[in-house]
Design a binder for this molecule. Structure first.
Ligand code: SF4
Length: 141
């Protein structure tokens, strides 16, 4: 199974390659964001996400946009800290009211399945950067 750090690097590189391709075609910010809409990505970028093969949305929402997957507020560490006898591997930096915790034995992970924050285009526009690693720079603790 992939670690957070491995996924982060892999996904960031894929995102960079795609955005560079769109920029080289002359797409403006608004057009790039629109390109990342779930329905368009499923059709044109089949290898970007493994859920595209089955047209499965990670979150049930009409206007799901994939530009800021995973989320700039997600925090993960390769050196989990001990807190009340639990090992904290990841957490939400803004304590989203829709975020949850996933626990397995002593391990605690952030569960974002109920949170739509980074998938709204208004949020993406506000935090837009063509460089995914820049937007996500605080994610790795
Ligand atoms: S709970 Fe929401 S805001 Fe927090 S890290 Fe997850 S997706 Fe981002």
């Amino acid at each position: 199974m992939m670690t957070y750090a491995q996924w982060f690097t892999m996904h960031g590189n894929k995102h960079r390659e795609l955005v560079q391709r769109l920029l080289s075609k002359g797409l403006a910010q608004e057009e790039i964001i629109a390109y990342f809409r779930f329905e368009n990505m499923v059709e044109k970028e089949k290898d970007f996400c493994e859920l595209y093969a089955t047209q499965t949305k990670c979150h049930e929402m009409d206007d799901l946009n994939c530009y800021l997957c995973a989320c700039p507020n997600f925090r993960f560490t390769q050196n989990p800290k001990l807190k009340e006898e639990k090992l904290i591997h990841s957490h939400c930096d803004i304590d989203s009211k829709d975020g949850k915790i996933f626990e397995h034995e002593k391990n605690v992970h952030q569960d974002c399945s109920g949170c739509l924050v980074p998938h709204h285009e208004s949020y993406i526009t506000k935090h837009f950067d063509t460089e995914w690693f820049q937007v996500m720079k605080a994610c790795e603790d």
